[in-house]
Design a protein around this ligand. Structure first.
Ligand code: ADP
Length: 449
C-alpha cells in the first residue's frame, strides 16, 4: 500500500537531515528519501567547517567578530552576486544554527579560518577532525533517536500535484518499480550537480576534463525535478573550482591545512599567491603556472593541529621528509630556491607581514619543525553555486518569482546564497541554516494545509 506523510524530505545530506529533524520536532510526520545506499551525500566530504559570526564559541576564545562583517566578506567573496535577502538570513541565523547543533550533541567549538575572511569564524570539531563525517554521524544519531524513517536506494523522479497542491512524490526503486508516496509538502535537499559531467559542460564548456571532488550522487536531479514544476534557476554558470585537489584520487585537500599554516609552492620552488585568497583566485593562479599544478607544503606543527593530515597520509597522498633539502630533492625542486622561499616566508611570520602576497590569515607559525610534508595538487570541480530560486522562507520560486505552494528547497540545490564564489565553510553553514528553516516552514505550511 502507498504510504502517506506530512513532509517528504528528498536527500539525506546535511540540509535534508537538519530539515527532517526540525520538522519532526515541530510535530510533522516526515520521511527522508535517499537515492544512494548510504546517508550523507556530499556533506560527508565536507572538510573545513561551518562559518558563523558572533557565536558563543568565538566569545569563549576571545574572538571578536560581527555579523555585518561576515555579510560583507561573503558578499565580496561572491563578487556581489549573492542574493541579499538570503545572505542576510544566513548571517543572522548562523549563531542559532551553531547552538542548535550543540544542543543536539554536535559541538563545533574549534575555530579556524578559510580563504576570504579576516577573522577566525570557521567552526569545526575541537579535535580537528573533518567536519563532514562528524556532522553526518551526529545528525544520524538524532534521526535514529527520534525514529525518523529513512528510505535508501530510492530515487525521487517527480513531484506530483493536483490543482496546484502537492499530493506526493514519484519514486523508482532498485528493482525498477515505480511508486507514489503521498505527502502534503516536499523539501528538496538533493545537493548540487558537480558530478554530472553533461550538466557541467552544458553550463561551462571550459571545465570539460576537470576532476570532481563530488560524490557520485551529485547529479543535479533536484534541479530537473523542480524545473518541471516551473521553478526558476539562478547563477547556473557559477561553478566553484577548489584549488587543492590531489589529481590521481580526486581527493580534496582541505583549506584548513592552509588555514593551519601551510603554503603553496610551484615547481620552481616559489610561492606564487596569497594561499588564503578566495578559491577562484587561488585556482586561477595555479592554472596560470606553466606546470598547472603546485605543492601544499607544511611542517609537523600543522600536522599536530589537523587530523585530516592523518587521512591524507593513510591514503598515500603525502611526501614526508626529515629535512627541507630532502623534500626539495624528492620534488625535484632547486634546493636553494626552496630554502630561500621558506626562510623568507618565516620572516614574514615573525614580522606579521607578507611582503610578497599580502597574506594576513593562517600565519600561525614558521615552517621549521620536522618532518616536512608536501602534497601535489591542482584545481578540481567542487561546488555548484547556482541552483533553484528560493526566498528566505526556503519556498521555491517560479521564473516570475511566485511561490510554488508546498515545495521547499535547501542546501546546494539552491542558488543565490554564495553568488559567484563560495567562501570555504559557508556550505556547511548554508545546509544547516536553511535546512532548519525548510523544516520549520514546511511544518508551518502543513499545519494550515
Ligand atoms: P547538501 O549539502 O545540500 O545537503 P548533499 O550532497 O550533502 O547536499 O546531499 C544530497 C543528497 O541527496 C545526496 O545524498 C544525494 O544522493 C541525494 N539525492 C540527490 N538526488 C536525489 C533524488 N532524486 N532522490 C533521492 N535522493 C537524491
Amino acid at each position: 500500500d502507498d504510504k502517506s506523510y506530512d513532509i517528504v524530505v528528498v536527500g539525506s545530506g546535511g540540509a535534508g537531515l537538519a530539515a527532517a529533524i526540525r520538522a519532526h520536532d515541530l510535530g510533522a510526520n516526515v520521511v527522508i528519501i535517499e537515492k544512494m545506499s548510504v546517508i550523507g551525500g556530499n556533506t560527508n566530504k565536507a572538510s573545513a567547517g561551518m562559518n558563523a559570526a558572533e557565536t558563543k564559541f568565538q566569545k569563549l576564545k576571545g574572538i571578536i567578530d560581527s555579523k555585518d562583517l561576515f555579510y560583507k566578506e561573503t558578499m565580496i567573496g561572491g563578487k556581489n552576486k549573492n542574493n541579499p535577502d538570503l545572505l542576510r538570513y544566513f548571517v543572522d541565523n548562523a549563531p542559532d544554527a551553531i547552538d542548535w547543533l550543540d544542543k543536539n550533541g554536535i559541538t563545533l567549538s574549534g575555530i579556524t579560518t578559510t580563504g576570504g575572511m579576516s577573522i577566525d569564524r570557521t567552526h569545526r570539531p575541537e579535535s580537528g577532525t573533518a567536519v563532514g563525517g562528524f556532522l553526518i554521524s551526529g545528525l544520524v544519531k538524532n534521526i535514529n533517536n527520534r525514529g525518523i524513517e529513512v528510505m535508501l536506494d530510492t530515487n525521487v523522479i517527480k513531484i506530483v500535484t493536483e490543482n496546484h497542491k502537492v499530493t506526493g512524490v514519484e519514486v523508482t526503486q532498485e528493482d525498477g518499480s515505480i511508486h507514489t508516496i503521498k505527502t502534503k509538502a516536499v523539501i528538496i535537499a538533493t545537493g548540487g550537480f558537480g558530478a554530472n559531467k553533461d550538466m557541467i559542460e552544458k553550463y561551462r564548456p571550459d571545465l570539460k576534463g576537470f576532476v570532481t571532488t563530488n560524490h557520485k550522487g551529485a547529479t543535479g536531479s533536484g534541479i530537473t525535478i523542480l524545473e518541471k514544476l516551473g521553478a526558476g534557476t539562478v547563477d547556473m554558470k557559477e561553478i566553484q573550482i577548489h584549488p587543492t585537489v590531489e589529481q590521481t584520487t580526486s581527493y580534496l585537500i582541505s583549506e584548513s591545512i592552509r588555514g593551519g599554516g601551510a603554503i603553496l609552492i610551484s615547481q620552481s620552488g616559489k610561492r606564487f599567491v596569497n594561499e588564503l585568497d578566495t578559491r577562484d583566485k587561488v585556482s586561477n593562479s595555479i592554472n596560470k603556472l606553466p606546470e598547472h599544478y603546485a605543492y601544499i607544503l607544511f611542517d609537523q606543527q600543522v600536522r599536530d593541529e589537523n587530523k585530516s593530515v592523518e587521512e591524507y597520509i593513510s591514503r598515500n597522498l603525502v611526501i614526508q621528509t626529515n629535512t627541507l633539502v630532502e623534500l626539495a630533492e624528492q620534488l625535484s625542486i632547486d634546493i636553494n630556491t626552496l630554502t630561500n622561499t621558506i626562510e623568507r616566508y618565516n620572516n614574514f611570520i615573525l614580522n606579521k607581514h607578507d611582503e610578497d602576497f599580502g597574506r594576513t590569515t593562517g600565519m600561525r607559525h614558521p615552517i621549521n619543525k620536522e618532518p616536512f610534508y608536501a602534497i601535489k595538487i591542482a584545481p578540481g570541480i567542487h561546488h555548484t553555486m547556482g541552483g533553484v530560486t528560493i526566498n528566505a522562507q526556503t519556498q521555491v520560486l517560479d521564473i516570475q518569482h511566485h511561490v510554488i505552494e508546498g515545495v521547499f528547497a535547501a542546501g546546494e540545490v539552491v542558488g543565490g546564497v554564495h553568488g559567484a564564489n563560495r567562501i570555504g565553510g559557508n556550505a556547511v553553514a548554508d545546509i544547516i541554516i536553511f535546512g532548519l528553516q525548510a523544516g520549520k516552514k514546511a511544518t508551518d505550511y502543513i499545519h494550515q494545509y
